[in-house]
Design a binder for this molecule. Structure first.
Ligand code: ZN
Length: 171
């Protein structure tokens, strides 16, 4: 188990999003995140929690303005600065990541690789998967320490075409 790759798939329009087990999973992730923040002496406030919940349930990276819209349906839009502050907090806590190539944000799921992971970004359908393993994390740590470098984020963004889109292209 320790050496298996953790793999989280963010599939747009996935029907599993409506199943009750999915919302239980979301509740569990939010509770874990809250406990993690508390252990770090930080507080997952209501706004921070809401931003994390929207990121976690969206299955695709979201821009700050998209997030603001999703967080305030039918009412006056939440101020982008409020969203940015919440995102800064979540990134600092290792709960979210900004995908530089997309200028969008995504919730992070820590598997065996801890805070080291690769995001596989499909340029065709926008699907993003998170992949990590203990071996990958060890390799990255080794490279970084050899260079005497102090990393802030250990995240690799790999762009290309997902398996689904490659299959669609074969017809
Ligand atoms: Zn794709």
């Amino acid at each position: 188990m320790a050496h298996t790759a953790a793999y989280k798939h963010y599939q747009p329009n996935e029907s599993v999003a409506r199943s009750p087990s999915r919302s239980e999973q979301t509740a569990r992730v939010l509770a874990q995140s809250e406990a993690m923040c508390r252990a770090n002496g930080a507080r997952l406030t209501r706004i921070r929690r809401n931003v994390l919940e929207v990121l976690y349930t969206s299955h695709k990276p979201l821009g700050a303005y998209e997030l603001a819209d999703l967080l305030s349906p039918g009412t006056r839009r939440m101020a982008p600065i409020t969203v940015y502050r919440a995102l800064d907090f979540l990134i600092e806590q290792g709960l979210a990541h900004r995908l530089a190539s997309q200028n969008a944000y995504i919730a992070t799921v820590h598997g065996d690789g801890g805070d080291t992971c690769a995001f596989l970004i499909c340029e065709e359908c926008g699907d993003v998967s998170e992949a990590t393993s203990r071996d990958f994390a060890d390799t990255v740590s080794g490279l970084v320490s050899q260079a005497g470098f102090r990393p802030r984020a250990k995240v690799l963004e790999i762009t290309g075409r997902c398996a689904h889109c490659q299959g669609a292209g074969r017809h």
